[in-house]
Write a protein that binds this ligand. Structure first.
Ligand SMILES: *Cc1c(COP(=O)(O)O)cnc(C)c1O
Length: 397
């Protein structure tokens, strides 16, 4: 296929590109999500170099973890090398073992499924809701009533005979999944609830920060997330004992001793270096400003896209205050072809726009995973466009 000449683009694609320019006030935008370093980043990084505490020991890690616990309202936050590692440890601590199945949305970033696979477990792919983009609790309940059987409090997949151990919703683009319904479902089917909150730092649902409903939750601080440590992640939990175990297992399971190398189980070298945590402390200090800028940008997009009957701007659910990490529009079904036409036009004119992820069931390594009907997932994939969303593009009140 050859791209149409820019002048030949559909008028609706032109209208979308123009709306992005109107909302941001910029002609060209290089990346979907660029970080902003306007706080004390230089100062804290310089401090790491001057004290030589750049690696696995240092005060910024403790400070970063304390700040995260405070912001999210959880009892314990454990910083890790990235969000994928945090998810991996969440699953292990939740008791996910080789041969188990874990329910995850097919509509997610690949890390969600990979973390399940690292445990030797099998992702069991489930459907999402059209408007909030998270796991559809009602559809999942109806599906499990047929596909699963309960015995002695354990949930099994009738078709595979495998134990379904956990349910891991993901808060898509920073919009929270319906945690209340998903927690009720988890209780009814004997599943451990774990939140992939990688995209949702700063997001509140019914007044409460996400990451508090699951037994364990994971955050990411990759370069494109709302707050970055270069690469990084964190495990959140309200269970004191699990918090201690998370710290222990991510720091090579070393038992404290002034000099001896004693390790009491197979641990992981997943701890976040002090250098990254220093960047993270400076970034977290600015989280309120980032959230305000992102809310302002979302409002500007909402206005710029109003009056376009062939699409909807993705807005926060009525019971939530989203962080608007990644802005998106959903084209209506009859206009799905506009997705690629718009991507081509935007790329030709130097404006960063992206499609949604390829759903997990369309990736070769997860194509044979058990799954429920995924028609909403497939439809959404064909109709979603992500918009430039860096905090610098929004102008706070
Ligand atoms: C970013 C992200 C992760 C973790 O990514 P890392 O790059 O490993 O920090 C996990 N799940 C989702 C949904 C994400 O968006």
């Amino acid at each position: 296929m050859t791209a149409p000449a820019p002048g030949a683009a559909a008028p609706e694609a032109r209208a979308i590109v123009d709306a992005v320019r109107r909302a941001t006030g910029l002609e060209r935008i290089r990346a979907l999500h660029e970080p902003v370093f306007a706080g004390r980043e230089w100062e804290y990084l310089k401090d790491c170099l001057e004290t030589t505490l750049v690696s696995s020991v240092g005060p910024y890690v403790d400070r970063f973890e304390a700040m995260l616990a405070e912001i999210t309202g959880t009892r314990r936050a454990v910083a890790t090398v990235n969000g994928t590692a945090a998810l991996h440890i969440c699953l292990l601590l939740a008791g996910v073992r080789a041969g188990d199945e874990v329910l995850i949305p097919s509509f997610t970033f690949v890390a969600t499924a990979n973390a399940v696979a690292y445990c030797g477990a099998v992702p069991h792919l489930v459907e999402v809701e059209e408007s909030r983009l998270g796991i559809d609790a009602m559809a999942l309940r109806a599906y499990l009533e047929g596909a699963a059987e309960m015995s002695q409090g354990e949930c099994r997949n009738r078709a595979t005979g495998r134990r379904i151990r956990a349910l891991m919703p993901m808060h898509t683009f920073g919009h929270p999944a319906d945690l209340e319904a998903l927690a009720a479902l988890s209780a009814d089917f004997g599943l451990v609830l774990i939140e992939d909150a990688a995209e949702a730092l700063g997001t509140r649902l019914q007044g409460r920060h996400v990451g508090n409903t699951g037994l364990l939750s994971a955050l990411s601080f990759n370069g494109n997330k709302i707050v970055t440590t270069g690469g990084g992640g964190a495990i959140l939990t309200n269970d004191e004992d699990l918090g201690k175990r998370a710290k222990h297992i991510t720091t090579t399971a070393k038992t404290p001793h002034p000099w001896a190398f004693r390790h009491d189980q197979i641990g992981f070298n997943y701890r976040m270096p002090n250098l990254n945590a220093a960047l993270g402390c400076a970034q977290l200090e600015r989280l309120p400003q980032f959230l305000a800028c992102k809310r302002a940008l979302a409002r500007a997009y909402g206005e710029a896209f109003a009056g376009m009957p062939f699409l909807r701007f993705v807005e926060e659910p009525a019971d939530a205050r989203s962080n608007y990490w990644l802005n998106a529009i959903r084209l209506d079904g009859a206009h799905a072809a506009l997705r690629d036409a718009t991507l081509e036009l935007a790329a030709a004119e130097g404006l960063a726009m992206r499609p949604a992820w390829t759903p997990m069931h369309k990736l070769p390594m997860y194509a044979d995973c058990p799954r429920m009907g995924l028609s909403v997932t497939e439809s959404l994939e064909s109709r979603i466009l992500n918009l430039p969303s860096g905090a610098a593009l929004g102008h706070g009140p």
